[in-house]
Design a protein around this ligand. Structure first.
Ligand SMILES: Nc1ncnc2c1ncn2[C@@H]1O[C@H](COP(=O)(O)OP(=O)(O)OP(=O)(O)O)[C@@H](O)[C@H]1O
Ligand SMILES: [Mg+2]
Length: 339
């Protein structure tokens, strides 16, 4: 799909990268790249990206490495991130020789200037004409259409795959915020550990993620579901099925979920009381893929003592907000991070 949009928003996430123009989300691809490594010639070549690369994980010869170039919301492998961004930009805009977009790309709150610089350089080298950065929470708030231009407080919690961000915003800026470098992938790992300890069966991250999405929950549920998955016996190494119930997944997720709720509480604690009282009136917006975990709204409502609700566009609000921000530069200028 080649469109001649001049301005693009990009949400460079740990698990998914999304690109949108002012009208619509143009693509959503896993932030995964498959690289063929020629050790003799010391060269690396991208063989697949996005969905195609993710489907190759664990099914390819040793000469091909399937990697996530972002970890916990920040670039862990610069070259691969840049290759991925350039591939995605060409997919939405056609050959970049003819058309170089102006982009706004999201970064987690509280990343270092070196980490911000890496994102800026990567997206510029990928073929942008001009690039601006926006904090993930600010972009999310714009994408959700929260009234953040007013002097009253609004709170957004973003539960991503690699990081969790909580922020209170007013007057188009972030008043208080915190980022925990842990998210959905850590929830998957907690399920892997639980199944290994309880049943002596080893499962992979994708299987753990399926359990989380299909039967998992943040708090105990009235209707218990169950699911059988295939694993590998820790002792014999042979395949062994194991059936898990919702209650077990809830138990497995408690520790990482506690770290998430504590991060959100700390943000409220350092927010001025006047703004907290606005948040109490308005509620707390939850977004990111983790917002889809059953009962996460109940868990946050209970631990914060403030009603928390799932937004209508939890997966796309950041990229939609980023592209919106391009048209609001005069009011946002003070708030956007400098490179
Ligand atoms: N129904 C669901 N229940 C629980 N978790 C879910 C569900 N759907 C998606 N997720 C999780 O959401 C995460 C991906 O969310 P998202 O796309 O917001 O992350 P990201 O933007 O790539 O990461 P980050 O913002 O942390 O860099 C994955 O860990 C995925 O397992
Ligand atoms: Mg995200």
């Amino acid at each position: 799909m080649a469109v001649l949009s001049k301005t693009l928003g990009i949400d460079l996430g740990t698990v998914f990268t999304r690109v949108a123009d002012a009208e619509q989300v143009l693509l959503e691809e896993p932030t995964v790249v498959a690289i063929e490594i020629d050790h003799k010639k010391m060269v690396e070549k991208m063989v697949a990206a996005g969905h195609q690369a993710r489907d190759m994980a664990g099914r390819v010869p040793d000469s091909i490495e399937v990697t996530r170039p972002l970890q916990n919301g920040v670039i862990a492998d610069y070259e691969i991130t840049q290759t991925l961004l350039s591939y995605l930009l060409q997919r939405v805009s056609g050959p970049l020789r003819f058309f170089r977009p102006q982009v706004m790309i999201s970064v987690p709150y509280g990343v270092t200037s070196v980490e911000r610089r890496a994102v800026y350089e990567a997206v510029m080298e990928a073929g942008s004409r001009e690039a601006g950065l926006i904090q993930q929470s600010l972009a999310a708030a714009l994408g959700i259409d929260l009234p953040i231009g007013s002097p009253s407080g609004n709170m957004v919690i973003s539960l991503g795959g690699g990081c969790t961000e909580a922020a209170v915003l007013a007057m188009y800026s972030i008043v208080s915020a915190d980022t925990l470098r842990s998210g959905g992938l850590e929830l998957d790992e907690a399920i892997v550990t639980y199944v290994r300890r309880k049943y002596g069966v080893v499962i992979g991250q994708p299987t753990a993620e399926q359990l989380k999405i299909k039967i998992g929950a943040a708090v105990p549920q009235d209707n218990e579901l169950s699911m059988e998955v295939q694993g590998q016996d820790q002792v014999t190494g042979l395949p062994r099925p194991v059936t898990l119930a919702t209650g077990e997944v809830v138990e497995a997720l408690q520790d990482p979920l506690k770290r998430i709720t504590e991060t959100c509480r700390r943000v409220l604690e350092k927010t001025p009381p006047e703004l907290v009282s606005d948040v109490i009136d308005r509620g707390v917006a939850i977004c990111g893929g983790g917002a889809l975990l059953r009962g996460v709204d109940k868990l946050l409502t209970k631990s914060l003592g403030i009603p928390a609700y799932l937004v209508d566009n939890p997966l796309t609000c950041v990229v939609e907000g980023a592209v919106k921000a391009l048209g609001m530069q005069p009011v946002l200028r003070r708030s956007l991070p400098q490179v």
